[in-house]
Design a protein around this ligand. Structure first.
Ligand code: SAH
Length: 407
């Protein structure tokens, strides 16, 4: 098998189970690995360390899958890792007699489940898969067969349309990989991952072939019910609402009125449909627009809210974008704080992995100073537990949120 020899001193992260080998850490390549081939990783003195997938194109030249010399990356290995991921989710979704259990969640979360480059999301009877590295692309048929056999869905749909495939030299790929095509108006049940602990789950239409990400923002599942609980009898603003995940939970918690802003008219139509699907008949004001501009317009009009939710898309895609992202987060949070009535609640999120929780809190502090508001943090939020964080791979933690009260 081809063997990769690391530069002196570059073995440390690998010994600590970090799963990436960057091109700059490589001293020599013995053999001629091809796209997605299995390679052995050795320290500079030749000591065997780990085994993983070669990528001919990405700066992340190898993704590591095992640190056990006896473990081959064969079909049995894939079955074991996928099985472990499934068992982990089953342990989360405890059903209760009173509350319907969520049937939409991330089933396999790449590095966090020991399968770098593989994402599998369950949406009721359908699975949506993403193969994001050359190694996983090579295994895609076997993975689809294992999932079909183990999960027995009605269909498996591929949405390998993420930008990261570009860096791997892989073209976008999309379509049915197994079984039936998902219907345009598929319905999922989504709520807190541990239904018994946090009550409530609601139904949502999802468009698995055209929707954003793999169709729905599953990572916010737990946070929606947490934030919803602050909305009883309140006038709420859901900024960057997409198909109304937070809106629906605010409505289910008897918000008095909800204004929801998104730049996508289609997403807002689905948000309205999702309220109707759950028989949530409350005053709902969908606004197609740019949150940055719309918040300013409300400030100009002197309009105020009791609860504001800000769940923007990823602002920082690379190190070079952090400063601009920081300004963006500060800007919307500052205006949102100004729009809150005294004692109002701001639930604010960042899904930029490059913006740490620490930095995000500092940004919010800057926004509070500029808005001249006294702000208390009530709750710190993260991604739902079906998106577990691999302790050896801090990059797997990307979503952070703060629920704050502003005076
Ligand atoms: N809160 C949502 C997920 C938000 S994803 C949920 O719970 O499902 C981010 C959303 O922001 C997307 O729907 C995208 O269409 C929208 N968006 C991106 N930039 C925007 C902007 N400047 N103004 C308004 N909406 C924007």
């Amino acid at each position: 098998m081809p063997t990769i020899i690391l530069r002196p001193g570059r073995d440390r992260p690998i010994r600590h189970y970090h799963p990436w080998v960057f091109s700059g850490a490589i001293a020599a390549v013995q053999g001629e690995p091809e796209r997605g081939d299995t390679v052995e990783i050795c320290a500079n003195d030749g000591e065997w360390l780990a085994r993983g997938d070669w990528s001919s194109q990405s700066q992340i030249r190898v993704r590591l899958l095992t640190w056990n010399a006896d473990e081959m990356l064969d079909e049995a290995f894939l079955c074991r890792r996928i099985e472990r991921a499934i068992v982990n989710r089953q342990a989360l979704c405890v059903s209760s007699a009173a509350i319907a259990e969520s049937n939409a969640y991330r089933l396999v979360y790449a590095e966090s489940d020991g399968l770098p480059g593989l994402i599998v999301d369950r949406y009721g009877d359908f699975l949506v898969v993403q193969f994001l590295t050359q190694g996983m692309e090579m295994r895609s048929e076997r993975i689809v067969a294992i999932l079909a056999d183990r999960v027995r869905p009605q269909g498996i749909y591929e949405r390998s349309d993420a930008e990261v495939r570009d860096k791997e030299g892989l073209p976008p790929a999309e379509g049915v990989r197994w079984g039936q095509s998902p219907p345009k108006d598929a319905i999922i049940q989504c709520g807190h991952m541990m239904a018994e602990a946090a009550g409530q789950s609601l139904r949502f239409y999802v468009d698995l072939s055209e929707g954003q990400k793999t169709g729905f923002y599953l990572d916010q599942a737990d946070n929606r019910s947490r934030v919803g609980a602050y909305c009883r009898g309140k006038q709420a603003l859901d900024g960057f609402c997409y198909t109304g995940g937070f809106t629906a939970f605010a409505a289910a918690n008897a918000a008095e009125h909800i204004t929801a802003i998104d730049s996508s008219a289609g997403a807002l139509d689905l948000a309205r449909a999702n309220l109707a699907l759950n028989q949530l008949d409350i005053p709902f004001e969908p606004v197609v627009g740019d949150v940055f501009k719309q918040l300013r317009a409300y400030r100009q009009e002197g309009r105020q809210f009791d609860v504001i939710i800000l769940d923007p898309p990823k602002f920082a895609h690379s190190q070079a974008h952090i400063e601009r992202a920081t300004r963006g987060y500060k800007d919307i949070n500052m205006i949102a704080l100004q729009l809150l009535r005294p004692g109002g609640v701001l639930a604010t999120f960042s899904c930029s992995g490059l913006v740490s929780s620490d930095l995000f809190q500092k940004i919010l502090f800057g926004a509070a100073v500029d808005a001249r508001r006294d702000v208390q943090i009530l709750e710190r939020l993260s991604q739902s537990p079906d998106h577990p964080v691999n302790l050896a791979f801090p990059e797997s933690e990307y979503l952070k949120g703060l629920i704050c009260r502003a005076w």
